[in-house]
Design a protein around this ligand. Structure first.
Ligand code: NAP
Ligand code: GCO
Length: 267
C-alpha cells in the first residue's frame, strides 16, 4: 500500500474559517498542496478579497465567503452556498479566533462574552452546520485550533483560556458523539506563532530592545524561537487526511516543546 496516498486530500473540500492570513492561511496552503479545494471565510469583504488575491498569488484557487462565525443564520447560509458552488465540506478547520489581553478584574462581561462567542460558540455553530452533510457522506474531519491556553493560564487572557479550554472539551465531545459516523474531530494546539494576533507581543521596545514577552517565549521554547504559521500545515494535513482515521479526540500540540519544558534558566 502506498502510505503517502493516505496523506492526499485529492477531491476533498476543506473549509478553513478566518483564513485570509495567519495560521488559517498556513493550514489552507498545506491542504491545497495536498490536493484539496479550499474555501474560507472572513468577516470583511475587503479581507476576503485580500485573502483570495494572496491565495491566487500562491497558485491556489481558493473561494472566499463573507461570514461571521458567531452568526448561526449566516453560517448555515454560507455552508449551503459552499455545498451548491463547490461541494460538500469534507474537512472543517475551526481557526477563526480573537484574543483580548485585559486583566480579568478590568475586563467587562461583554468583552469576556465576545471572546467566548467567537472562540468557542463559533466552532460549535460551524461544526453543527457541517456535521449533517458529513454524516450523509459517510465521513468527515473536524480540526479545532486550540492553544497553549487550552492547558495553561497566564495573566490577562482569562476569556481566551476559558474559550480554548472549552474548545479542547468540545473537540472531545464531537469525537464521542459522532465517532461512530466516521467523523474524526481533533485539535491542534499551536505554541507561539508569529502572526498579527501575536504581533503586539513581539514589538520592539522604544529603546530598540526586544519585547520582554518575546524574550520570555524564546526562553520557554526549547527551539528558542517563535514558530511560523507554515509549520502548522503538515500536522494539520495529518489530522485532515486518511492517515489519521484512527485518531479521534486528540489535541496535537505543535508548540516547539513549550509544554514539556520548564524554561531556560537565567544565565
Ligand atoms: P489572526 O492573525 O488574528 O487571524 C484570525 C483570523 O480570524 C482573521 O482572519 C480574523 O478576521 C478571523 N476572525 C476573527 N473573528 C472572526 C469571526 N467572528 N468570524 C470569522 N472570522 C473571524 O490569528 P492567528 O494568530 O492566525 O490565529 C488563528 C487561530 O489560532 C485563532 O483561533 C487563535 O486563537 C489560534 N492560535 C494562535 C496562536 C498564535 O500564537 N498566533 C497560537 C495558538 C492558537 P479579521 O481580520 O477580519 O478579524
Ligand atoms: C498570548 C498569546 C497566546 C497565543 C496562543 C498560545 O497572549 O499569550 O496570544 O494566547 O495566541 O494561544 O498558544
Amino acid at each position: 500500500m502506498d502510505i503517502l496516498k493516505s496523506f492526499s486530500l485529492e477531491g476533498k473540500v476543506a473549509l478553513v474559517t478566518g483564513a485570509s492570513y495567519g495560521i488559517g492561511y498556513g493550514i489552507a496552503s498545506a491542504f491545497a498542496a495536498a490536493g484539496a479545494k479550499i474555501v474560507f471565510n472572513d468577516i470583511k469583504q475587503e479581507l476576503v478579497d485580500k485573502g483570495m488575491a494572496a491565495y491566487k498569488a500562491d497558485g491556489i484557487d481558493a473561494k472566499g465567503y463573507v461570514c461571521d462565525v458567531t452568526d448561526e443564520n449566516a453560517v448555515n447560509e454560507m455552508v449551503k452556498k459552499i455545498e451548491e458552488e463547490v461541494g460538500v465540506i469534507d474537512i472543517l478547520v475551526n481557526n477563526a479566533g480573537i484574543i483580548k489581553r485585559i486583566p480579568m478584574c478590568e475586563m467587562t462581561a461583554e468583552q469576556f462574552r465576545q471572546v467566548i462567542d467567537i472562540d468557542l460558540n463559533g466552532p460549535f455553530i460551524v461544526s453543527k452546520a457541517v456535521i449533517p452533510s458529513m454524516i450523509k457522506k459517510g465521513h468527515g474531519k473536524i480540526i479545532n485550533i486550540c492553544s497553549m491556553m487550552s492547558e495553561l493560564g497566564r495573566e490577562t487572557v482569562s476569556a481566551y483560556a476559558a474559550a480554548k479550554g472549552g474548545l479542547k472539551m468540545l473537540t472531545r465531545n464531537i469525537c464521542a458523539e459522532y465517532g461512530d459516523k466516521n467523523i474524526q474531530c481533533n485539535g491542534i494546539g499551536p505554541g507561539y506563532i508569529a502572526t498579527p494576533q501575536t504581533a503586539p507581543l513581539r514589538e520592539k521596545q522604544a529603546d530598540g530592545s526586544r519585547h520582554p514577552f518575546d524574550q520570555f517565549i524564546c526562553s520557554r521554547t526549547p527551539a528558542g524561537r517563535w514558530l511560523d504559521p507554515s509549520e502548522l500545515g503538515a500536522p494539520a494535513l495529518f489530522l485532515a487526511s486518511d492517515a489519521s482515521n484512527a485518531v479521534n479526540g486528540h489535541i496535537l500540540y505543535v508548540d516547539g516543546g513549550i509544554l514539556a519544558y520548564i524554561g531556560k534558566q537565567p544565565s
